[in-house]
Design a protein around this ligand. Structure first.
Ligand code: SF4
Length: 182
């Protein structure tokens, strides 16, 4: 029997959620018995190569490329999971949401205390660069999300239980204790 196929990606996140996934330690061997991994930073497969059963998204959308990747996942994944606070609520990157984007760019490239080398006052303008959005959007404001795994990062045991519940078609409890925000 074919195994459910999982793909994961990181948008505007810090990869901490993916690190937490790796914190399931030796259970990763059980996981690869249960599921097949497709595109993911974990195996460095760059593109989806088949229809996906479960897509796992770390991070929200802070630029046009994030939106493109998220829509690509939605189109190709039966079930889509927002993985961690950045995906669910925007998280740390969304701290910029109260500040106009022009002001953020000026601070980052022109006026900030750590700007030393930009003597010609050049702003990044390569056409290949993604466009920065007016604010950071949680994933569910861009596409339909089926499930949410809270935490910053979600705890490894919680990720393990959630993935096993999904692939075995079982319900799982989400007790308050599984939330971790430190
Ligand atoms: Fe990093 Fe926390 Fe955001 Fe996950 S939720 S990407 S660990 S900041």
């Amino acid at each position: 029997m074919s195994k459910p196929v999982i793909a994961t990606t990181s948008l505007a996140g810090c990869f901490g959620c993916h690190m937490s996934l790796l914190d399931i330690d030796e259970r990763i061997l059980e996981l690869i018995e249960l599921v097949e991994f497709n595109k993911s930073p974990i195996n460095d497969i760059k593109k989806l190569t088949k229809p996906i059963d479960i897509g796992i998204i770390e991070g929200g959308c802070c630029n046009s490329e994030n939106v493109e990747v998220l829509r690509y996942f939605r189109e190709n994944c039966k079930t889509l999971i927002s993985f961690g606070e950045c995906a669910i609520m925007g998280g740390l990157p969304a701290l910029r949401n109260g500040i106009p984007v022009e002001e953020c760019i000026k601070e980052a490239y022109l006026d900030g205390p750590t700007v030393q080398l930009n003597k010609d006052k050049v702003l990044p303008n390569d056409p290949e660069l993604p466009i920065i959005l007016d604010r950071v959007y949680p994933c569910h404001e861009v596409v339909k999300i089926d499930y949410y795994l809270p935490g910053c990062a979600p705890r490894a045991d919680f990720i393990w239980e959630a993935v096993v519940a999904l692939v075995t078609n079982n319900e799982m409890a989400v007790p308050y204790e599984v939330f971790k925000f430190d």
